[in-house]
Design a binder for this molecule. Structure first.
Ligand code: 6R9
Length: 650
């Protein structure tokens, strides 16, 4: 039946991982080793004693000296693994380079041009050590913050690990941002050393990174040294005494470098994320708890084993890349694929060819990427052998059931469970997520990870058993952020003050009768239409469930009658034809699926939606357009040209 009811509210389909997958999973084995015979026993045991659970997992990592206590919780401040001495780099690199994994491939890097380079654990170790020694020679010390602005090249994880090795915190700024963002983050962090590259290619187009950095260096008074990676062989201007090539920094440096003994609670990195106000928030993570949390989630959610080829297709400039490209896979000692380019360049088969050629077994990507490939059609993945895949993952946005089903069928061959992982820069690790033993419902992130007390509450903090509400977390977790850098008051104010001692995620979610979580989007993406609380994600999901639609963005427009009206911008599949009167068809489609209250008053067909470089739809920009307001700063958009098309359409 065309236009079958598939919206988020109504999703009833369930999928069970095969017996092979669940019986052979890491979580199943761990449960057996701990005398737990079922998922509910695991959850009960973990809830009874979160400290027992995390102590067991921390014990799988190496500590220079043991911690005295697992947790000190003085809301909203937590300390984990107190007085333990630890360094993530010892676990991610040193112990592998000196053990049986030394000749195992850590990273397979593929450049946009198709060039492939591999680095074994031992090679990576040596590169990290020489660069760490070079950083020391440049004057970097324990406790400093080094600002990094690099594309997806091996030097990015190497630079991060080198900082961590010598006890400096890194602050990575996504290379797709404009240099202005780098300037603001350098100034907030007060860095003395910055690391960048001459340039890189994006869709075949050269981006001259160093040239862009040169335009902001007069406005970063703390910067003394700028290290430049020669990646594209560009002629760049190098200021005497300030700028130095990466290859000169490592020249003659020793392959060995002492790993700094850090306290569990010492800073590992700052990662800036946007908040409700314009000023970015410097989310601070630490060595000990962060490492334990990301290790446990990668091990149990993505179930990585020794022979896996793991591809987390995010950018390292985001938390997904920090946790699940750099630190957790290296801690686990697995082989990861690192890709420099865009998923559909030079053609929409690129991604799938890479899965085939590198034998990727577990793939982790974002709903926006899945929907983009839905738009190109299944003929692209169908040309490649994707039988190496065992598990799939999704992160970054709610995945609408239609995209989930498509991903499961056309990429996962109906055999790979989809792990829809909900988490944030602030949480460091997955918090609400399926495990390979969970029954899955497309569009739901399933249930909290063991020990995590997630809840959905109303404005008074009262738990809701149905309907949308604030998604909150009532318990601490090891890889939680410890503060906002240089802004401890905002840490308390933004996250812990609405419901004292309870973490406010800023997302809206609802629980179903089985206790499954359905994330509906950010609080500010929730519409109020004639007194009904409607999530943009729900309306979008309904629209996208129409067979002719590839992608949709829904925003509210103030209305004197209804409070807000719903405006939808829709991208159609390339193959869609016969679209006469399509606006009306879509309005009716939503009406039938969710109800008349959710039916958009305006539907505009466009060829693209404005997106951030991490693929998130910029509803703020779309909202401004429909309200006739100034769209503000669009410098962080991946496709600024979409803005003018939307303006014309509206
Ligand atoms: C990891 C990451 C966090 C926000 C978060 C939420 C959205 C992430 C999601 C999801 C629904 C999922 N989000 N994963 N929404 N289902 N599986 O993306 O971190 O960049 O900080 O964004 O992303 O709205 O609050 P970050």
């Amino acid at each position: 039946m065309p236009g079958k009811v598939d919206a988020l509210l109504d999703e009833k389909r369930i999928f069970k991982p095969s017996k092979d997958i669940s019986d052979g999973s890491n979580i199943q084995k761990w449960m057996e080793n701990h005398g737990l015979s079922s998922y509910s026993e695991l959850i009960e045991a973990a809830a009874r004693s979160p400290e027992w659970f995390w102590d067991e997992l921390a014990g799988e990592l190496e500590w220079f000296s043991p911690y005295s206590d697992v947790l000190k919780w003085d809301p909203p401040h937590a300390e984990w693994f107190l007085e333990g001495k630890f360094n993530v780099v010892h676990n991610a690199l040193d112990r592998h380079a000196k053990g049986p994994n030394k000749d195992k491939t850590a990273y397979i890097w593929e450049g946009e041009s198709g060039e492939v380079r591999t680095l074994t654990y031992l090679e990576l170790y040596k590169k990290v050590n020489t660069f760490a020694n070079g950083l020391k020679r440049l004057g970097v010390e324990k406790g400093d913050v080094v600002s990094i602005y690099l594309p997806m090249i091996p030097e990015l994880p190497i630079a991060m690990l080198a900082c961590a090795k010598i006890g400096a915190a890194h602050s990575v700024v996504f290379s797709g941002f404009w240099a202005k963002a780098f300037r603001d983050r350098i100034n907030d962090a007060g860095s003395n050393v910055a690391i960048t590259a001459d340039g890189f290619k994006r869709r075949g187009k050269l981006i001259e990174l160093k040239e862009a950095v040169d335009t902001i260096l007069s406005q970063t008074p703390t910067i003394e040294r700028v290290v430049v990676v020669e990646h594209e062989g560009l002629e760049v201007s190098m200021e005497e005494g300030r700028d130095i090539w990466w290859h000169e920094v490592v020249q003659g440096m020793d392959y060995e470098c002492e790993t700094e003994v850090m306290d569990s609670e010492d800073p590992l990195f700052i990662l800036y994320t946007s908040g409700t106000t314009g000023k970015p928030k410097g989310v601070l993570h630490v060595h000990g708890g962060y490492s334990v949390g990301i290790y446990a989630t990668l091990k149990f959610v993505f179930d990585l084993k020794d022979n896996d080829i793991w591809w987390c297709a995010a950018d390292i400039g985001w938390i997904t890349g920090h946790s699940y490209i750099v630190y957790a896979p290296l801690i686990m000692g697995v082989t990861s694929l690192l890709y420099e380019g865009t998923p559909d360049y030079p053609d929409p088969g690129r991604f799938w060819r890479m899965v085939q050629d590198h034998g990727v077994t577990v793939l982790y990507t974002a709903p926006t990427t899945v929907r983009m490939f839905m738009k190109y059609g299944e003929k692209w993945p169908a040309q490649y052998d994707l039988s190496s895949l065992r598990l799939l993952g999704s992160v970054g946005e709610p995945i609408n059931p239609e995209a989930w089903i498509w991903y499961h069928k056309h990429i996962g061959g109906d055999r790979c469970p989809v792990m829809d992982t909900w988490w944030q820069t602030e949480t460091g690790m997955h918090l609400i997520t399926p495990l390979p033993i969970s029954t899955l419902k497309p569009g739901s992130a399933v249930k909290p990870f063991p020990t995590i007390e997630a809840d959905v509450v109303d404005d008074n903090g009262v738990s809701l058993k149905s309907g949308g509400g604030h998604l909150v977390i009532r318990s601490p977790w090891p890889s939680m952020f410890r503060t906002l850098y240089r802004d401890p008051e905002r840490y308390v104010e933004a996250y812990w003050s609405k419901f004292p001692g309870v973490y406010l995620s800023g997302d809206v979610a609802r629980l179903d009768e089985d206790g499954y979580f359905w994330i509906q989007g950010r609080e500010d993406d929730v519409l109020n239409v004639a007194g009904h609380r409607i999530s943009t994600a729900e309306v979008e999901s309904s629209i996208v469930s129409h067979h002719a639609v590839a992608e949709a963005a829904v925003v509210g427009k103030p209305s004197s009658v209804k409070g807000e009206e719903i405006c939808a911008f829709v991208v159609l599949k390339e193959t869609s034809t016969n679209l006469e009167n399509f606006q009306h068809i879509l309005k009716d489609h939503v009406k039938i699926e969710i109800g008349p209250v959710a039916s958009p008053s305006t539907v505009k067909i466009v060829s693209d939606l404005p997106k951030t470089r991490s693929g998130k739809i910029m509803r703020r920009v779309i909202k401004a357009i429909v309200r006739g307001e100034d769209v503000g700063d669009v410098s962080t958009l991946a496709n600024p040209e979409a803005v003018s098309e939307l303006k014309k359409a509206f």
